[in-house]
Design a protein. Structure first.
Length: 323
């Protein structure tokens, strides 16, 4: 679908993937005027299919567009475009355990000039791909690398929205983590280099021995994850206390050593809920619990995926059934 100031959004079409013909001066290639979303369609036990909270993705897409001075895409149009593609691709929604159809809506400025001002014309596309589990390690706990050299988002920056530039800037840290034998990077805040913010593509939760949970607050430098929000609701529904409060990397290390912290896990649309077993990159690596997957993460993951795959009731009205 295209946007021009005179016609608004127009020319919506669904078809096989084709190449895009772009002028070398296309603004986005130079100034990263690009935003995206990630969500999934799930196969239901009766053969139907559902989306999970696409309205939340539509709202986040809208706030990403605002932050990058891009044209707004009405939330209803976003949701309708995703529904239409999934219906067209219905045979591609996997039914294997844990598998789903990953959906990637994205939008970028297409004006062909080298002036670094907001774009006026846009292309909005949606891709869909069947996916299995995110981590090759399956349900094993992952190892994190604490990036001391790089930060992901500074106050006033774009950390709270989903734009391609955030990910480009994080790649070097991911590569550093991989070289150190870690699965993912955990980023600290850019000001004090102390507060745990999030992973490259996931929010993070901590579980304490008193059974309470904590997750970093949405201070403007982390992405407001839809999985994060859903898990807070589910955990509170189980009677667990959830604090949205800052947590320092040194406290994390000390609490893991003393046993006050019993579990930590990461969450996101792609990875769902994944336990964190070990953290490296400080002077000394530290292990969380016994280094394996934790019971609270497992319980929350089941609660979430049971709703997503239609195995449990949907008391919060999160499912958007397509057929
Ligand atoms: N943080 C970052 C940086 C991400 O890219 C993602 C994935 N969208 C998340 C957190 C988790 O967000 P969600 O639960 O909406 O997938």
């Amino acid at each position: 679908m295209r946007y021009t100031p005179d016609r608004g959004w127009h020319d919506a079409k669904i078809g096989p993937r084709t190449g895009l013909d772009m002028h070398p001066a296309t603004k986005t290639l130079h100034y990263a005027i690009e935003i995206f979303e990630g969500l999934k369609a799930y196969r239901l036990p009766d053969g139907g299919a559902t989306l999970f909270r696409p309205d939340a993705n539509a709202r986040r897409f809208q706030s990403s567009a605002e932050r990058l001075a891009m044209a707004p895409l009405p939330e209803q149009l976003f949701v309708e475009s995703v529904r239409a593609l999934v219906r067209a691709d219905r045979d591609w929604i996997p039914s294997a355990e844990g598998a789903s159809l990953y959906i990637r809506p994205f939008m970028f400025g297409v004006d062909a000039d080298l002036v670094p001002d907001p774009a006026s014309e846009y292309l909005y596309c949606v891709l869909a791909n069947p996916v299995a589990s995110y981590f090759k390690s399956g349900d094993k706990a992952v190892t994190l690398w604490v990036s001391d050299t790089y930060t992901r988002a500074a106050p006033g920056g774009t950390g709270a929205v989903k734009c391609g530039g955030n990910y480009a800037a994080a790649l070097v840290a991911q590569a550093e983590g991989k070289r150190q034998g870690c699965d993912q990077v955990v980023f600290l805040d850019a000001v004090e280099r102390r507060w745990v913010e999030e992973l490259g593509g996931m929010n993070v939760f901590f579980v304490f021995e008193d059974g309470s949970l904590q997750t970093p607050p949405l201070t403007g430098t982390i992405l407001p994850g839809i999985t994060r929000d859903s898990l807070i609701t589910l955990a509170r529904g189980m009677g667990l206390t959830v604090r949205e409060e800052r947590y320092g990397i040194d406290e994390w290390q000390a609490d893991a050593r003393s046993g006050r912290l019993v579990e930590a896990f990461a969450c996101g649309t792609a990875a769902v809920v994944t336990s964190i077993g070990e953290v490296k990159g400080r002077e000394q690596a530290f292990t969380i619990g016994d280094g394996g997957p934790g019971p609270v993460a497992a319980r929350l993951k089941s609660a979430l995926t049971d709703i997503q795959f239609g195995r449990a009731p949907d008391p919060h009205g999160w499912l958007d059934r397509l057929f």
